[in-house]
Ligand binder design. Structure first.
Ligand code: ADE
Ligand code: ZN
Length: 323
C-alpha cells in the first residue's frame, strides 16, 4: 500500500532477513542450520523459543560493519512498504556487550548506514536503545549508560524488551531514571505475555510514555481508563501477537482498545520472524476490522505525535503524511 507509514516498534536484529544472517554465518563458519526451517525461514515454537532463536541469529553479528549491513537491509525493506519514519530498538548487549567505547563504534556504523538510506530511500530512522529484561537490572544499567552517553539527534529513546515475566519493573527503575535524565523518550514491553498488571507496573515504576504491545490492558477496564486519561500510547503489533499465538486476528483487542479511545500505533516488531511487514499489517487490519482511510490517518497522526524525535523532524513528518 502506498500510504506513508510510521513504524515505532521494530527490533533491529529481529528485522534481520534470514538470507543476510545465513550469509554472515557462512562467512564466519557458524552453523545455524537448527534455527531455520526447510524453506529457509526462522523456525521457533512459542515465545521462549523465539527469544532463543532470535539470540542465536543475532550472535553471528559481531562487528559494526555487520550492523551497518543489517541497518541498510532493514531500512531498504521498510521503505519498500511505504515506511517514512521508523524507530528501531538497538541493544548495546548485542553491540559490544554494554561496553561504552565499543557501543559508540557500533552506533556510529548504524547511524551512518541510516543516513545513507535516508538519502537513497527517503526513510528516516531514529534509535531506541534497549535493555533486555531477562539479562537483569545490572546489564540494563549498562545499556542505560550507553543510551544516556549517546543521547542526541539519532538516539532518541530508551526501552526494554525480552522476557516480560522476568524480574519486577521496579528492579529496572534506576536504569530508566538514568535514561530519563538526558531527556530520552521512554517505552517498555509489557502487557504482551505478562498481564495488565505489568502495564501498570511499567507506568508506576518506569514512568514510560509508551508501552510496547500493552494489548492485555484490555483485561482491566480501570487500566484502559488510565491509559486514555494519561494519553499513554501503545505500540501495537498485531501480526506479532497472532504469529506467537497470543490472539487470533479476529479476536485481537486492538479494535476494542480503539473503541475505548486508547491511543496506539501499528508496528511490525520482528517482521521476518512473524512473516509480516507494514503493508501486510495494514491490509489485515483493513480486512478484519474494516478500517478505512480515516482510521489509518489517525494512527499515523498519533504516531507522529508519539515519536521520540526532535520537533523539526516531527514537523517534516507531519507535512509528509499530511497531518
Ligand atoms: N525482542 C524482540 N521481539 C520481542 C518481543 N516481541 N517481545 C519481547 N522482546 C522482544
Ligand atoms: Zn517488541
Amino acid at each position: 500500500m502506498s500510504r506513508p507509514k510510521l513504524d515505532l516498534h521494530l527490533h533491529l536484529e529481529g528485522a534481520a532477513p534470514p538470507d543476510l544472517i545465513r550469509r554472515i554465518a557462512a562467512e564466519r563458519h557458524v552453523d545455524l542450520s537448527g534455527i531455520f526451517d526447510a524453506e529457509g525461514r526462522y523456525r521457533f515454537d512459542g515465545f521462549a523459543d523465539f527469544l532463543r532463536v532470535y539470540e542465536a541469529a543475532t550472535g553471528v553479528l559481531r562487528s559494526p560493519e555487520d550492523f551497518a549491513r543489517l541497518t541498510r537491509a532493514v531500512l531498504e525493506e521498510q521503505a519498500r512498504h511505504g515506511v517514512v519514519y521508523t524507530e528501531i530498538f538497538v541493544s548495546p548487549d548485542f553491540c559490544g556487550g554494554g561496553d561504552l567505547p565499543a557501543w559508540r563504534e557500533y552506533l556510529g556504523a548504524i547511524a551512518e548506514a541510516a543516513a545513507a538510506m535516508e538519502r537513497e530511500a527517503g526513510i528516516t530512522m531514529r534509535a531506541i536503545v534497549t535493555c533486555i529484561r531477562h539479562f537483569g537490572p545490572e546489564r540494563a544499567r549498562r545499556a542505560a549508560r550507553c543510551a544516556a552517553e549517546t543521547a542526541g539527534d539519532f538516539v532518541v529513546g530508551f526501552g526494554m524488551g525480552g522476557e516480560e515475566r522476568a524480574g519486577r519493573a521496579r528492579d529496572f527503575a534506576y536504569a530508566f531514571d538514568m535514561a530519563r535524565e538526558p531527556g530520552l523518550g521512554l517505552t517498555c514491553h509489557a502487557g504482551e505475555w505478562a498481564g495488565p498488571g505489568s502495564v501498570a507496573e511499567a507506568l508506576d515504576h518506569l514512568r514510560v510514555a509508551r508501552i510496547g504491545h500493552g494489548v492485555r490492558a484490555i483485561e482491566d477496564p480501570g487500566l484502559v481508563e488510565r491509559l486514555v486519561e494519561d494519553g499513554i500510547v501503545l505500540e501495537v503489533c498485531p501480526g506479532s501477537n497472532v504469529a506467537l499465538g497470543l490472539y487470533k486476528w479476529d479476536r485481537h483487542p486492538v479494535e476494542k482498545l480503539r473503541e475505548g479511545g486508547v491511543k496506539f500505533t501499528v508496528s511490525t516488531d520482528d517482521p521476518p520472524f512473524f512473516h509480516t511487514d507494514m503493508s501486510r499489517e495494514y491490509e489485515r487490519l483493513e480486512q478484519v476490522f474494516g478500517w478505512d482511510e480515516a482510521v489509518f490517518a489517525k494512527i499515523a497522526a498519533i504516531a507522529v505525535e508519539a515519536a521520540f524525535c526532535d520537533e523539526a523532524t516531527r514537523t517534516r513528518l507531519k507535512e509528509r503524511i499530511g497531518a
